[in-house]
Write a protein that binds this ligand. Sequence first.
Ligand code: DLL
Length: 433
Amino acid sequence: MIWNEHYECMEREELQKLQGQRVKEMVKRVYDTVPFYRNKLKEAGIEPGDIKGIEELKKLPFTTKQDLRDNYPFGLFAVPQPEIVRFHASSGTTGKPTVVGYTHNDIQMWSEVVARSLTMAGVTKTDIIQVAYGYGLFTGGLGLHYGAEKVGASVVPISGGNTKKQLQLIEDFGSTVLACTPSYAAFIGESLVEEKIDPRKIKLKAGVFGAEPWTQEMRAQIEQVLGIKAYDIYGLTEIIGPGVSMECQFQRGMHIFEDHFIPEIINPDTGEVLPYGELGELVFTPATKEAMPLIRYRTRDLTRLHAEQCECGRTLVRMEKCVGRSDDMLIIRGVNVFPSQVESVLLEMSETKPHYLIVVDRENNLDTMEIQVEIEEEFFSDEVKELEGLRHRIKANISSTLGISASIRLVEPGTIERSMGKAKRVIDKRNLQ
Ligand code: DLL
C-alpha cells in the first residue's frame, strides 16, 4: 500500500522540477521575511532571482545548529507569531534547546508524511497503534500521533515510560503496532519475558522505531522477542520531527519524502556535494515548511543515499541506516569508533543482551575504553571459566572489528540503566577533565 502514489512514485524528472520550484519560492520567502537569511544570502552574493531550479541548490549557503542557537528562540521564523500553532524543541547536551515552530499547514504536511511512513509499515485504520514515544516538546509522540490519526488507526497515546502499563495495554487493548525508540522496544520485550507473557498471545505485528541509531542485529533481537516486523523511521526536530524518511516493506534503506525534504550528501570537511552511494553528512532543505524553512541544514548524521528504484514502486531516494552522528563519533587512541559498531559486534553473539555502555577515559595520557555488557541470565550463572571465555571472545571480536582493544566487563542482567526514550550508550569521562 502506498499512501500518496502521486508524490511517492513521481518520475524523477518531474520531482526535480517540483523541488526546483519549491526551493525557488522558499528562498524568495526567507529573503523577504528572515533577516538572518537575507544577510546570509547577501553575504554569499546571491539574489533570490539567481535561484531558478534545483541545480542552483548547491550554490546556497549551509545552515547549522549553531545558527539556530544564535537565533534562539524565534529568530529564524518566517511567519509572525499568530500564525504559529505549535512549538517543539530538542534538548541539546549543552545550553539552550533548539526551538521550532509549526503553522497549521506545517502540521498538516507533517501528518501527511507520517501517514505515508506508517502506511509503509502496513498500518491501516484497522490497527491499534501504541505510541510510546515521549509526548511533549520532543517530536516523537505528537508526530506519530497525528500521522496515525490521519491514517485512521486507533491511537493509544500512552507516551514513554510506565512499562508495566505498556504491557497491560498491549495485552488488554490488543495493540497491533508499537511506536517507540528501539532501545525502549528492547526493554519492553525484556519486560514481556520477565512478566511471562506469551508473545503468541499478544497481537503486535509491527514496530515503528527510530530517534536513535540501531543496528540490524538489534532489529533481529527485537523482532524475535516481540514477534513483530521492525521498521526504521528517521527524522529530526529541525526538519519536522519523525517522518523525514521511513523504510518500506523491502527494508533496503529509508525512503526520503523528497517533495518536502530535499536531501544532499556532503563531505563534512569541505562542504562539497558527493554523488549517490558515497558516505557523508546528510543535509536537508525542507522547502515547503512555512514557519521555519531552512536552507541546506547540516544534520551531522552520516549515511549514504541510493537512487535506484525500489521494488515497492516508490521513486524516492533511500538513505541507509545512519552510521551515527559525526558528533557521536569517538576518537579513541586516534581510531574512529561509532557506538553502532560496538552494538553490531555485541549483538551478533547470542549470549549478550541489547544493553551495553561504553565508558571512555584517559589514564596516563592514554585513552581507555571499557565496554560493559549485560549477558543473558542463563549464561551469567555459568562457571567462572566459561564467563572468562566469553569475555575473551567479545574482546577479540571488538578488537578485530574496531581495530582497537577494549576492556570488557560482563555485568549482571538488569544492571545497566534502561531507557524509555533515547538510550545513553557512551560516557566519555575525557570531556569532564
Ligand atoms: O528524534 C525525531 C524522531 C522521533 C525520529 C521519533 C524518529 C522517531 P531529534 O530529537 O531532533 O528528533 O533527534 C534527531 O536523532 O539527527 C539522528 O541523529 C537521530 N535519529 C533520528 N531517527 C533516527 C534513526 C527525533 N531512525 C536525531 N536512526 C537525528 C538513527 C536517528 N538515528
